[in-house]
Design a protein around this ligand. Structure first.
Ligand code: SF4
Length: 736
């Protein structure tokens, strides 16, 4: 029924689902969260919410919620006490370390970890146990954005904020179906279009709801975004639109890191190291990317390429580029991130209101827990493991010997699952993510995880294909059943209090990690008291960022505000980075200071076009693209428990281009067989206006655990970011 609005106790929280991080008000009645509405005081969403946000509380009360710890005995999962389950996990880890070494144990979390969850995981594994086997599923969604930032700016920090939307004249969406993936931000753009003369350009490989709402939709052939971005740079220079003084003052040119592999084998290396070049070298390189030449590679007319270049080049227009998975899940993900930065650097349209290359995150805390806390193998809460000073700094705060922290990054996500398959990893703890739905070429990694001698712990709220392979399942408290913080795409950290009790014996992931750490003998490092552990962890975590460039807001400030952006300096958030007008960390006396680089200059990279890892051929003539839908959150483990969303989108399908469907005599709803070199899957055809792939391309959403499209995807990845390319492989399409 509809809750009585009047009697509810409304409390603020960030939304549980996507990286937009809308501020919501959760209505609580008789100890149960019963309603959600957008928080009008939130600067993120200004009172708006999307269909997932409005229904989010229902996802807490599915009938099959996990409420008791389970342990596998003689092949069957049986109930056990929380204490016994935690003791088993601690002893199994100790046993595995003794027998196979500390790098045989690992933890795999996610951008849905709260900040304290990720911090506790990092401290336990990297600081106390001494292994860098810490990864998060953000490797599968934003690692290329991280390495894009690192290579272009020497630092992994988004520079703009959502206020850019209120200032930009043109929005160029690079492979980004924002209408479905970041719906509230997209609404903010549409709202601007009602008020001002702004243009939305959708640059993508398929026609989506975003394309339909855009002022202009431009389709490109998969992977050719690399060539188009270079052609835009060519046009900017050829037409004299380059901001010469900005480029001379604040940019270097480089080439290198052009490994020719695609991560398909276990071994790969770079062919060349980064090397400085000059402007003339860069200009000569771009001669291969005239709009006319790129038209042949990309299928985009030279006229449209020139049109896009003109938007960037027009000195009277402020331009925002936005992207997410289309650019990040790319076998050259780092390069395409670099290339969009090249465009903004060449025109000087960067780091000021409305001029903003903006990399969006997918998950509620991908930026907070993964970027800031450093829950990727090479990272520390503020720094990297291969830097001695960073290790010593972290070790001091963690109260462990500096030698405990290994100087070598360990396995990234795909390699971590390959190591599990090989037997180099024997123990894996998976928290708040569902890799047995999301790993590419899934059959290989599922078989590996199920091998004899592997021990898998899964903390989650519902049964999933990942809990199916678990030896121990811990029931987790979700979202407002516990206290925590998420960090959204614009560097905004948002606190939420515990509003209701979790069901049964469910406890937060932080609590589970702290208790296991204590059982392993790390009581000194995990000194936190049960009732105040979130506050104590956050205060400790702030010490890692305690310098004038990188302060985080005190907890009380987070509690009193609808989130706070970092860096938080002198009691104020920093909205735009690297611009002395807005960022107090710019301290070299110049208007811009890219302080992640030793000379304060950003890098314009020479990045060629290269074909994808697997391209269509006579046997597998179509491109297969995968992604999300607005109704479901990731693998659907929560949103499929929301009846109205499940009804709206009950199962996965394959989107076909109408001309292809007609040629194969496939009608809407007919079963279609997709075959790749990895296997087969049968799905109903979707031939309608919701999403229309270009000819010879198909699209399948990945949320449906009964139709696992990742069984047939390819596990190639960007050799720099190690992020898999879920958007491109070759597939045969037939009427089933
Ligand atoms: Fe939640 Fe994202 Fe929807 Fe906002 S746009 S309500 S954060 S799912």
């Amino acid at each position: 029924g509809i809750p009585n609005n009047k009697g509810l106790d409304w409390k603020k929280a960030p939304c549980r689902f996507c990286g937009v991080g809308c501020g919501v008000l959760v209505g609580v009645e008789n100890g149960k969260a019963v309603a959600v509405k957008g928080d009008p005081k939130s600067p993120v969403n200004k009172g708006l919410c999307c269909v997932k946000g409005y229904h989010s509380v229902i996802s807490m009360y599915g009938k099959d919620r996990l409420t008791k710890p389970l342990v596998r005995k003689n092949g069957k999962l049986v109930e056990t006490s929380m204490d016994e389950a935690l003791t088993l996990i601690a002893s199994k880890m100790q046993e595995t370390i003794k027998e196979h070494g500390k790098d045989s144990v690992s933890i795999y979390g996610s951008g849905q970890w709260t900040i304290p969850d990720g911090y506790a995981a990092s401290k336990l594994f990297k600081g106390c146990i001494g292994t860098n086997n810490v990864e998060a599923n953000a490797r599968l969604c934003m690692a290329s954005a991280v390495t894009g930032f690192m290579t272009s700016f020497g630092i992994d920090e988004p520079m703009g904020c959502y206020d850019d939307i209120d200032h930009a004249d043109v929005f160029i969406l690079w492979g980004n179906n924002m209408a479905e993936m970041h719906p509230v931000l997209f609404s903010r753009m549409l709202d601007q279009r009602q008020k001002r003369d702004v243009k939305i350009i959708d640059f993508a490989t398929r026609t989506t709801r975003t394309s339909m709402a855009a002022d202009k939709s431009i389709l490109f052939l998969p992977q050719s975004d690399l060539a188009v971005a270079n052609a835009i740079c060519y046009e900017i220079i050829a037409n004299g639109w380059m901001n010469k003084s900005f480029v001379e003052e604040y940019c270097n040119f480089s080439k290198g890191l052009t490994d020719m592999g695609y991560g398909l084998e276990d071994k790969y290396s770079f062919n060349d190291k980064p090397e400085k070049i000059n402007f003339d070298d860069f200009k000569a390189f771009l001669e291969d990317y005239t709009p006319e030449k790129v038209e042949k590679i990309s299928g985009v007319s030279a006229k449209d390429i020139k049109y896009m270049a003109r938007q960037y080049g027009d000195p009277n227009k402020k331009v925002m580029s936005l992207w997410c998975m289309g650019m990040n899940q790319h076998s050259r993900g780092t390069w395409i991130n670099n290339l969009v930065y090249n465009i903004h650097l060449l025109t000087g349209k960067i780091s000021e209101p409305g001029n903003s290359p903006f990399s969006l995150t997918g998950q509620p805390s991908a930026c907070g827990t993964v970027r800031e806390v450093g829950t990727l193998t090479h990272k520390l809460p503020h720094g990297v493991v291969n830097n001695k000073k960073h290790r010593e700094f972290a070790a001091k705060i963690w109260d462990v010997p500096a030698e405990n922290i290994s100087p070598k990054p360990s396995y990234h996500t795909v390699e971590m699952f390959r190591a599990l398959d090989r037997g180099d990893i024997r123990f894996m703890w998976i928290q708040v993510t569902n890799p047995m739905v999301t790993m590419p070429k899934l059959n290989r990694y599922r078989d590996g995880a199920k091998k004899e001698g592997r021990f898998i712990v899964v903390s989650d709220i519902y049964p999933t294909p990942t809990t199916d392979i678990a030896d121990v399942i811990l029931p987790s408290a979700m979202w407002v059943e516990r206290e925590g913080m998420f960090g959204n795409s614009e560097r905004r950290t948002q606190y939420f209090e515990q509003m209701v009790n979790p069901p049964g014996e469910s406890m937060s992931d932080t609590w589970q990690l702290v208790e296991v750490a204590k059982k392993m003998g790390f009581e000194k490092q995990f000194y936190y008291k049960e009732e105040t552990h979130v506050e104590e962890i956050y205060n400790e975590y702030r010490k890692h960022h305690d310098n004038k460039k990188h302060n985080l807001a005190p907890l009380q400030v987070l509690k009193d505000n609808p989130g706070m952006m970092w860096p938080y300096v002198d009691g104020k958030p920093t909205k735009w980075r690297f611009n002395a007008k807005y960022d107090p960390a710019c301290d070299n006396g110049k208007a811009y200071h890219f302080y992640g680089k030793p000379d304060g200059k950003a890098v314009i990279w020479q990045r060629p076009y290269e074909p994808a890892a697997e391209v269509p051929d006579a046997e597998y003539p179509y491109w297969l693209n995968t992604g999300r839908v607005v109704e479901h959150w990731h693998t659907g483990s929560m949103t499929r428990r929301i009846p109205v969303l499940h009804k709206a989108m009950p199962y996965a399908y394959v989107e076909l281009n109408p001309a292809d469907a007609k040629r194969m005599q496939i009608k809407n709803g007919d079963n279609v067989k997709l075959t790749t070199r990895r296997g087969q899957i049968v799905l109903p055809a979707s031939i309608n206006e919701r999403g229309v792939p270009a000819p010879m391309q198909v699209f399948v959403p990945f949320f449906d655990e009964n139709k696992l499209i990742n069984n047939i995807t390819l596990d190639s990845f960007c050799p720099i970011s190690k992020e898999p390319d879920y958007k491109k492989c070759a597939v045969k399409v037939e009427k089933a």
